[in-house]
Structure formats: C-alpha cells, structure tokens
Design a protein around this ligand. Structure first.
Ligand code: GDP
Ligand code: MG
Length: 350
C-alpha cells in the first residue's frame, strides 16, 4: 500500500534569484533565459514519489517579489507545510536578505515548518567565483534545524534533490497537517505503522467511508456524491439542474431582502453565509468578485472537477438571479479536483 501525502510548498526569496526557474525545472524539466517576472501568485502541482511506498502531491506556490503583492502574502503563506528559501549565489545582497524572509515566514506560517535553504545559479561559479560564503549558509540553515543545498535551475543540478529532501522533512514532521479525513486516516495509519513496525491493518473500505454529515449541506453533499458514484457522468446534468433551482430560490430570497442588485452588495451577503475561517475574499467590486476557500462545504474534496462545476450551479444561479444573468463564473481551482484550495471568480460581462 502506498502512502499518499498532500503538501503545500512555498518558494520564497528576493526577486530574480531563480524561484520561478527552479519551479519550471522541477515541474517540466525546462529552463529559459528570459522569464517574465512573476506577477502576484502562481502555483503548480506535481506528484513526487519520494520513497518506495510514498507519494507526495505537492502544490508549489511561487510569488512575485514586488512590494505591491504584499496583500497576497497571507494567502500565500497560509497552510504551507514547507518552504524552499532561495538566494542567488552570484549576488551577496540576496543572501543578506534571507534572514528577513525566514522571519516573515515564521510569522505567517504554522509553527516551525521545515525549509531547505537554496543557493541557486551554481552553474555560474566558474565564471565569477564565490560571492557568498557557502559554509555560512550551511551553518545558518543547520542552526535552524534545516539543510542547505546549492542548485542550478539552468543545468538542473540538485533541483529535484532539493524538493525530495524537503518532502522527506515535511513527511517526517511529527505534527502532520492533513487536508481531509481520508488523508487523516492515511496519516494515522502511517504513524501507527511507524510506532509498531507491524504490517499495516487495512481499514475496511466501508468503514473508511462512514463519514457522518455535520449539517444539512454536508448531508446534501453525501447524497450528491452517492448519486454521482452510482450513475457517473450521466448524473451530472440532473445534479446541475436541481442545484440551479436551489440557487435560483436562494437568489430570489436575497434579492428581495437586499433590494440592491450590485455585485459588491450581493457578494458581501453571500460571503456572510460562510465560515470566515474557510473562505477568503480576494477582490470585491461591482464588476468582479473573487473568492477562495480551503474547504468544500459539501465535502466534495477529491471527487471531480465536473461534479464541483455541477454543484457550483447553486452559486452561479444565485448570482445570476440576485445580480444579473450576465454574471459569468470561472472556476480556476477546486478542491474537488484535488487542488489544495478553491478559487472562483464571478464577473459581470456587459
Ligand atoms: P525569480 O524572480 O526568483 O522567480 O527568478 P527567475 O526564475 O525569474 O529568474 C531570474 C533570472 O535568473 C532569469 O533570467 C533566469 O533565466 C536566471 N536564472 C534562474 N536560475 C538560474 C540558474 O540556475 N543559473 C543561471 N545562470 N541563471 C538562472
Ligand atoms: Mg518569479
């Protein structure tokens, strides 16, 4: 049996040190000399087999260094399980700034998440010689209980190794942060196995699935999932149709209550129906409303993107009814498809 882990990894460090290049090298084994600077936040997924029986689903987040993206920092750091902290071996100034990055990360992440300190662009050593004291970098990383690696996104040297080492550290961390119940079961299994070194007891499939709904929405979610599991894609148009009616009903209610059909006003009312710990409003105006969430209220985590789209008909129709039928919905990410968070945009198209 294979253990499956999900980790959020963040890439941090000053501008132009090669964060995006390292990510590109790791994900698609490519390098380009003329990368456009990263704007805002970007992230990519990759499955990494880091030991014979362990796979990690990594969601790797990359952030633009520009000051103006400071407002995205909280979303960026939230829930991170580990970090690659990158400086440029050819620019001493980028190394000097590293402590500030570690400090900021410690402020905004869970206690003591592991990191790998990366001195990047080691392919340029021959041309310019040492600019940063590697031993000092190593001492610093070790003083924090972490490791230091020199990489080149250009040649690929040590890039995968850095991700693998970080993944091991994340997996070995005692306090395992698990995104959902299924993962939690796996993590507990893993811990028990480590303690007893006995063969893993397989949890009966049925037992594993016995998750009880905590409220009416979760109960609806269970029903939808059961229906979808039995009838597959054929069930989708039916689910969508019913959800649309539900959205229309909710939309009509809020329309009457608010008596104001501006997107910003309706969106604010909409957000109030969610637990503020689970959702984050990225932007709100009369043209556009962007919201992110870490938890699906229906419990559709790791089912399918299509199922999420069908159920999101509730919210889409709600906005079409309460604001305008010209509201378009874009689902950029969703936890149903296995992403680590949901990201949706409602836009008023004239
Ligand atoms: P970021 O701002 O930290 O994301 O940095 P980028 O990935 O955009 O890289 C900045 C510049 O450094 C780009 O011109 C890259 O081509 C270059 N670069 C990145 N990594 C390396 C490397 O390992 N070796 C060399 N020689 N250049 C690199
Ligand atoms: Mg970048």
């Amino acid at each position: 049996m294979t253990d499956i882990w999900s980790f959020k990894v963040i890439l941090i460090g000053p501008a132009a040190v090669g964060k995006t290049s390292l990510l590109k090298r790791f994900i698609s084994n490519k390098f380009s000399e003329n990368l456009a600077a990263t704007l805002g936040v970007d992230y990519l997924n990759k499955e990494l087999k880091f030991s014979p029986n362990s796979i990690a689903r990594l969601t790797i987040w990359d952030i633009g260094g520009q000051e103006r993206f400071k407002f995205l920092r909280n979303t960026f750091y939230r829930g991170a399980n580990g970090a690659l902290i990158v400086f440029d071996l050819t620019r001493a100034k980028t190394y000097k700034g590293i402590k500030d990055w570690v400090y900021e990360m410690r402020q905004l992440t869970e206690e003591n998440i592991p990191f790998v300190l990366i001195g990047n662009k080691c392919d340029l050593f021959d041309d310019i010689g040492p600019v940063v004291d590697s031993e000092d970098a190593q001492r610093f990383a070790e003083s924090e209980g972490n490791i230091y690696i020199e990489t080149s996104a250009k040649t690929g040297e040590n890039v995968e190794d850095a991700f693998i080492k970080l993944t091991h550290r994340m997996a070995n961390r005692e306090e395992i942060i698990t995104p959902n119940v299924e993962e939690a079961f796996k993590a507990i299994d893993y811990e028990i196995e480590k303690l007893t070194e006995a063969p893993k007891i397989l949890i009966d499939e049925k037992e594993e699935k016995e998750i009880l709904p905590k409220n009416a929405i979760e109960a609806q979610g269970l029903l939808i999932k059961a229906f979808y599991e039995k009838f597959g894609n054929e069930a989708l148009p039916i689910i969508k149709e019913v959800c649309k009616k539900q959205g229309r009903s909710l939309g009509l209610k809020i329309k009457k209550k608010l008596n104001d059909n501006r997107l910003s006003i309706v969106a604010k009312a909409f957000t109030k129906s969610y637990d503020p710990n689970d959702v984050k409003v990225i932007s709100i105006s009369d043209k556009k409303f962007q919201v992110q969430g870490t938890k699906c209220p229906f419990g559709l985590e790791n089912t399918s993107r299509e199922l999420c789209e069908a159920v999101m008909e509730i919210d889409h129709e709600y906005f079409r009814t309460a604001v305008s039928d010209k509201i378009e919905l874009k689902i950029i990410n969703n936890v149903a498809a296995g992403d680590s968070y949901c990201d949706t945009i409602y836009e008023l198209k004239e």
